[in-house]
Design a protein around this ligand. Sequence first.
Ligand SMILES: *[C@@H]1O[C@H](CO)[C@@H](O)[C@H](O)[C@H]1NC(C)=O
Ligand SMILES: *[C@@H]1O[C@H](CO)[C@@H](O)[C@H](O)[C@H]1NC(C)=O
Length: 740
Amino acid sequence: MREALFSLYFLFCTVNFFVDAVSVARKPQTIKKWTIQMVGYAPMKNDDYVAVSMEAPTGYIVGYEPLADADRVHHMLLYGCTRPYAESGFWRGESTCGGGGAHILYAWARNAPNLELPKGVGFAIGDSSGESGIKYLVLQVHYAAPFAGNVRDYSGVTLKVAAEEPPNLAAVYLLFSRLPIPPGQPAFQNNMSCTYPSRTVLHPFAFRTHTHKMGRLVSAFYKRNGQWTMVGKRNPQWPQLFEDISRPLEIHQGDFIAGSCRFDSSDTTKVTPMGSMGSNEMCNFYMMVYYKASDENPFPYGAYCSQQSEPHSFDDYPKEGTELLPPRPELEHHAHQSTVPFGVIEEAKFSSIGNVPLGQVSGLSFDPSHNLVIFHRGKRAWNQNTFNGANELNDKTPIDDDVILISKMEGKNASLVARTGKGLFYLPHGIFVDSDNSIYTTDVGSHTVAKWKLNADSSLSRVWEAGTPLTPGSGSTHFCKPTGVVVKGGSIFVSDGYCNDRVVELTLEGKYRSEFKGTGGFRIPHDIVSNGETHNLFVADRENGRVHELRSDGSEVSIFTSGLFNNIYSVDTNKDNVFMIPGEFRATQFGGEELPLAVFVGRSGTGLTQFAFAPTSGPFSRPHIVRVCPHGDHVYVGDITEASPLIWKFKIQHEGSNHETDGGTVSFLSSLSLPYTPHVSSGYSFLVFFLFIAFLLGSAVWAKKKLSSSSPQSTFSRTGFKPLRMEDNLGVSSDESDLD
Ligand SMILES: *[C@@H]1O[C@H](CO)[C@@H](O)[C@H](O)[C@H]1NC(C)=O
Ligand SMILES: *[C@@H]1O[C@H](CO)[C@@H](O)[C@H](O)[C@H]1NC(C)=O
């Protein structure tokens, strides 16, 4: 039931655009970033298509930063629409625009990287778009298959939008074919062509090709005075990025534009129709062009060309347009579409290790042998009677349990390797193990940070202790309930913590070096980790509900905030993934509903959430700590529920995680949702256009039924998704926030 609620919640209540506008001063242009993201969707079937829309900001798109991974997403297409298909802001099915103009602004598949438009070129949107009327942006996302486990996706794209009109405007001109592919043909060629009708001169500057698994080459040319000029050609099995065209090209009125797709259907026994499903094929050439902003808009309703407009027009199509390119294994590998469904699977949960029952699990780390090192509170729990009003412990006796457990984790098994720490700790909080197997701890009860050596007999020797034992305070000689500790390079960083709201840098000998307080100030910095690759620090700024990504001098790289959570207890990173976990339910602004607890996974450097996952056996209760194993494929969450403390173990499943050899076959491949108002270029394509409208009407009715039967109301609202601050009711001394 909780799961069902979780799904419903994500489906219908987080219709949500993290429209986070970050101003980046860049002379002479002012660039703002806008992100359109999926709503926490969990695909329900193979080839699941969904879309989100948002009102287009006014300005000029000059770059795209995709937030997606081919593990989860097959493709994304961004449309500029006069109207979205549905007012709700989110819908299932292949519909995109709701009538009027439909302009393709961007396409992503197969791990294509960021795209910057050339200097002086932009896509006009919002009030800047004139007769194109791009009032809405619609992001279509195609998922190849359902996820494994309880996973929600937030893939999207960040738009870099300039305020000033550039000298040139951009458009995407799409050539596509709808002719089916006969079986058993090693080199079947599909053609499309149009005569360019407008007086406005086009300058193609980038192109992208798209087919499914049978495509081998897609090319396009234009012909003027009997002379063919290539626009581009590319193997569609490579990352489907927009490839730059370095030669200056011009398409003039009356030029004959032609494209061709070469397919290998030798493995098939039936005709393969064109269509969006993985078992269908597609033949698309996207030509990104610019034209002078002062010229007439050549494509007020969208820029499309399909089919072959004249017989024999392809008889002299250049040979190089159909000759295969040499193989590029590194590209084919990078673009490889996953055959293992992406997922995060709950593998096990533990309430004891060996026969040692777990107390409140406050900290986790990994030793050099990749054992899980657990810091728990034994029989002690943090409650209202733990501290007096001056942050001093009432009970000044150490815990009479082994609060450090070292556990070998194998599949669903956890076996005790060592146990230690009896009589040394008052109220465990954070733990970190370095590459020499030295252990660093923070103790919120004793207000100290310590370094320990683990002896062969499993006893601990204290190397040093920073802070003044059992005495809270600030300055360079005291901590006050310090929470987390990490060693990074020649320094130790401590999040300090419940009263000082600072990060303290210590020398490797545990001496105070400096401190910083974060942009806008921390409110209970509750966890701190460092990323092995970027060397950035990540601080869980608990009560502000955000994560700071920082350089070691404390300067900000990015800040993760989201309408999805309003507190963050713990953070960990692996490569460019940032794992963040809230510690408690709090009433949120989502229609008064509470957000189920989940691990949110952001991308380093962006401040944005990519996906989230939650357990399948029951919800998190009071998660306190999240750690990703050094291989990056398992995630552990420690829970401090007093009645039943737990460690959860999750496995991140994707193709790479299984270390399987790449078969090279692409099982789920797709597509372009059909353009709503294709540019009618010939009599034949009029028929296609007509069929296509009929198809659209059919699917629209289907989608509408689907929506009205399950979606209770329109939840499209942007105001609801500002990051929560809750300034008014979160004092550091408030009981609830002090207890863990
Ligand atoms: C496409 O054009 C080529 C000539 O370049 C021709 O051989 C081929 O049959 C055409 N394809 C179709 C499907 O008409
Ligand atoms: C887990 O423990 C069981 C029972 O002791 C054993 O049969 C199994 O092989 C173990 N699994 C792993 C992955 O170690």
